[in-house]
Design a protein around this ligand. Structure first.
Ligand code: SF4
Ligand code: SF4
Length: 383
């Protein structure tokens, strides 16, 4: 299993992670066995947003023997009241739920302490300004009961503000090509609408910028909802009108700037195998681009690079997807930051080596004018 650095947390997370929300659907032993099976394949990160005792007990049992081998993403503000999940900023309830999390997970720390589910602007203002909620999060950090501060959201505007605020080291964000079509919204139901507006094409610019800001600020992303709740597997329910595979969806998420781990939900060991198969999949199995560009609805065709790598090989040896990613990051800013330039200069081959053969353009499913971009990139970075 390949691991990636989760932004400024410095933690190395497995590319394939474990989203815990389906654990409570099964008998305790079955769910514990699922987690242990995933761990045996190299999965080392689990998200526990769930406040219910059963899910938490399962995770506690599964990670108990190897606590240090797991990174736990636990949420502050996800509480269990009158037998139901309740999201709250009430500090007394947050405290009870967080202490319960530690007890049931049989641990004295949570690796990634998440400011739970902030999709609305007024809520962002509540959690990010000095006050009881933020004080509590910082108290947990100071006591070492959370090792890093993160935030979970589905709203790219909030994600961007959080990354720029310096308050969080990482984000849990919903990433898949269907959600990426949509302009920002604080209504999660909009993501699951039966039909999206006809004119939507490719990645919404607000989202594209959010990913770039995360990479620039070194705020790592763990990804939830990589399959849009399973809709992307079904041509009839997918907004694209065409099915994608688990490996294609995972590759899409892992090629967004800043994304380090994809947290999938699992009911069976076969589903874990299907996700972990990403690690040994061929380039053609991973290729979401070839499918999305021919989708009957909301085709991704356009001139924006999706960093899919479909344009290889380049006779000059240029890593075109990476060069395009660095270019997109650089032009967002008034001046090219030194760290970005350093990253560029560490490449084996530079945009200036492009001989303009056009081979990449004939292979790019999105019609990106690569040779022209290479010239602009060489001008920008000086090589
Ligand atoms: S046009 Fe430039 S970047 Fe594209 S394949 Fe040819 S040499 Fe490589
Ligand atoms: S230039 Fe085209 S093929 Fe190459 S990475 Fe970008 S979108 Fe993909």
């Amino acid at each position: 299993m390949r691991c990636r650095r989760l932004g400024k947390t410095g933690e190395m997370v497995s590319e394939i992670g474990f989203g815990g929300e389906w654990l409570e659907r099964h008998a305790m032993e079955e769910s514990v066995a699922l987690m242990k099976y995933a761990h045996s394949l190299g999965v080392n990160i689990v998200d526990c947003w769930m406040p219910d005792p059963k899910s938490r007990d399962i995770i506690g049992e599964a990670i108990g023997e190897d606590r240090a081998g797991w990174l736990v993403q636990g949420h502050i503000g996800s509480t269990y009241q009158k037998g139901q999940y309740t999201r709250t900023r009430d500090i007394q309830q947050c405290r009870i739920a967080f202490e319960d999390l530690l007890t049931r997970l049989k641990t004295d720390y949570i690796d990634l302490g998440m400011i739970h589910y902030v999709d609305r602007m007024d809520d962002w203002e509540t959690v990010s300004r000095p006050g009881p909620y933020l004080d509590y999060v910082m108290e947990l950090k100071a006591k070492g009961q959370i090792r890093h501060v993160g935030l979970s959201t589905h709203n790219p505007v909030i994600a961007r503000m959080a990354a720029e605020s310096g308050l969080v080291e990482m984000l849990l964000f919903s990433v898949n090509p269907a959600f990426d079509l949509l302009p920002p919204t604080d209504q999660i139901e909009n993501y699951f609408a039966d039909r999206y507006a006809e004119e939507l094409r490719g990645t919404d610019p607000v989202r594209a910028e959010m990913y770039s800001v995360c990479e620039k600020t070194d705020v790592g992303i763990t990804c939830m909802k990589p399959f849009a709740g399973g809709r992307l597997f079904d041509g009839k329910r997918s907004p694209f009108g065409i099915p994608l595979t688990a490996v294609q969806c995972i590759h899409y998420a892992l090629t967004r700037p800043g994304v380090a781990s994809v947290l999938c939900g699992y009911d069976t060991m076969e589903q874990i195998d299907a996700a972990v198969a990403y690690e040994t999949a061929s380039d053609s199995e991973k290729d979401y681009a070839g499918t999305l560009v021919h989708a009957p609805r909301h085709s991704f065709a356009g001139e924006a690079c999706t960093y899919c790598g479909h344009c290889r090989p380049c006779p000059a040896g240029i890593d075109i997807a990476m060069v395009n990613k660095l270019y997109d990051l650089a032009v967002m800013q008034e001046e090219v930051p030194a760290s970005l330039k350093q990253h560029y200069l560490a490449l084996e081959h530079f945009a200036g080596e492009c001989v303009g053969c056009g081979g990449c353009e004939s292979r790019c499913p999105f019609g990106v004018k690569v040779a022209e971009r290479m010239k602009r990139t060489a001008g920008l970075f000086g090589r």
